[in-house]
Design a protein around this ligand. Structure first.
Ligand code: SAH
Ligand code: SF4
Length: 466
């Protein structure tokens, strides 16, 4: 969500003549977009502000604007804690930021705007003509893009700060979402990830269409190859949405379904409103509908009161579901949330010990799943050069490409002669079929087996196998 918001901020600014600098040292204006979901994220923001403080001593004209959830949460207090900050803009003030900046430029008086609104901004910021400086914005070069379809959350899980810093749940209009996606496709985007804290409740409050109907509409956007979404709250995962995986050919067979804990006692304390049994039933249903569905999750370890027995139930659930991958977090108290007041806090040492056990178990499961993929065929959406391109190119002068399977696994591959060195064929954005040859813990290596007949000069040929 913050990536999407940052793109929006960038668009507003480049349109008004700002240019992105290559390093923070060269900037006249620094906009810091923050996250406060866990303690560590908020700490990162404050340590970066320490760095900006040193920069401002060298360049007193530097303007520092802080947005996002830390800004929303701290408001005025943020300036007391970090006097380097000139503008504090909350999660609903993104579209007013540029006005605040120009006012600050003229008056040099600090501005704090953490007003929350009851409506969602539907201005077509993405259609505004960008200045030439805007041509290097993320939206201009990516094959994949995030699209926020709703903001806020009212589920009030007891550990979570989102309802306090992102406000009420409000959905965007379906027409506006579809138009934005059509626009992204024109710019070269092939895959969109629809974002919401709980996409399952999209449109209900405003009486728009259901989330499943929205996905069906997006599925017919010409030129779009793939649709993903996140996050889906297990309590609201409907049969209608499960069936969308069959009816919408562009919807990838991957669902992120955060379970948080395998203990019903802890799930109740978390106010998640499902039991481990409900969760397992939904997983079974999903797999019945789509046997090769990739399921990923989020786990919190060390929630207040979590006993060894509760934790073992979480490990058991992970074993039973055999997730494709997961994100695991040590519980941290957040300001305002009910669980901050719960007693029986788990020690930092125990949290770390539990986190390591979850990660080790998942590593085993992922590795097993990855090895089972050796020899199978997958369609990749090529996202560009792989991270290791530089070193690979040095060793054997071949470009290493990277893409993702429908199930969201990274696959790297290389083409043979004719494509080496600085070849002008750009595979970015193409669909390539690969046979999996090697399995690693976080990625796979594949061999291209079929060439997209639409690619120029290579019609119908087989790849030169590397
Ligand atoms: N709306 C999403 C979650 C968004 S927050 C959902 O309900 O699934 C992303 C993840 O951060 C959560 O799934 C949870 O695992 C983690 N998280 C949230 N608050 C936390 C806290 N106080 N301590 C540790 N992890 C937390
Ligand atoms: Fe936070 Fe997600 Fe729960 Fe909403 S549903 S309160 S965002 S964890």
């Amino acid at each position: 969500m913050n990536v999407y918001d940052s793109e929006k901020i960038l668009f507003h600014l480049v349109r008004r003549g700002y240019e992105k600098t290559l390093s923070v040292e060269l900037a006249d204006l620094v906009v810091l977009n923050t996250c406060t979901i866990r303690e560590k994220a908020a700490q990162k923001a404050f340590s970066f502000l320490g760095r900006l403080n040193r920069l401002k001593q060298k360049n007193p004209d530097l303007i520092v604007a802080v947005g996002g959830c830390v800004a929303q949460q701290e408001g005025k207090k943020l300036i007391k804690r970090a006097p380097v900050v000139d503008i504090v803009f909350g999660t609903h003030a993104i579209d007013r930021l540029w006005e605040h900046i120009s006012r600050f430029e003229h008056k040099r008086r600090r501005i704090i705007d953490v007003k929350m609104s009851e409506s969602i901004d539907e201005t077509r910021f993405w259609e505004e003509p960008a200045s030439k400086a805007g041509t290097d914005s993320v939206k201009d070069s990516s094959v994949t893009a995030f699209v926020t379809i709703m903001q806020g959350c009212e589920n009030y899980c007891t550990y979570c700060v989102v309802p306090y810093v992102r406000g009420k749940e409000i959905s965007r209009r379906p027409d506006s979402i579809v138009r934005e996606i059509e626009h992204l496709v024109k710019k070269g985007v092939r895959e969109v990830t629809l974002l919401g804290q709980n996409v399952n409740s999209y449109g209900i409050r405003q009486g728009f269409c259901s989330f499943a109907q929205l996905v069906n509409r997006i599925n017919s956007v010409e030129g779009l190859s793939r649709i993903r979404f996140t996050t889906s709250h297990p309590k609201d995962l409907s049969i209608e949405l499960m069936e969308t995986f069959i009816s919408c050919d562009k919807l990838c067979n991957h669902i992120h379904l955060p379970v948080q804990s395998g203990s019903d006692r802890i799930l109740k304390l978390m106010n998640r409103r499902y039991t481990s049994e409900n969760y397992l039933e939904k997983v079974a249903r999903l797999r019945k509908i789509m046997p090769d569905m990739a399921i990923t999750t989020d786990i919190i370890v060390g929630f207040p009161g979590e006993t060894e027995k509760d934790f073992q139930q979480t490990l058991n659930l992970i074993r039973e579901v055999e997730f494709n991958s997961l994100f695991a977090f040590k519980y941290s108290d957040r300001p305002q949330v009910p669980s901050a007041r719960f007693s029986e806090k788990v020690t930092e040492r125990e949290k770390m010990h539990r986190l390591q056990q979850v990660l080790a178990l998942q590593e085993e499961l992922t590795s097993k799943k990855h090895h089972l993929l050796i020899g199978s065929l997958h369609k990749l959406l090529v996202e560009g050069f792989s991270k290791k391109h530089e070193s690979a190119a040095k060793k054997n002068h071949r470009i290493q490409w990277t893409g993702r399977t429908q199930s969201n696994i990274v696959v790297n591959f290389t083409l043979n002669s004719g494509f080496d060195g600085d070849c002008d064929e750009n595979l970015t954005g193409s669909m390539v079929d690969v046979m999996i040859e090697e399995a690693h813990s976080h990625s796979l290596r594949g061999r291209p087996v079929y060439i997209n007949p639409e690619r120029k000069g290579l019609k119908g040929d087989k790849y030169h196998v590397a």
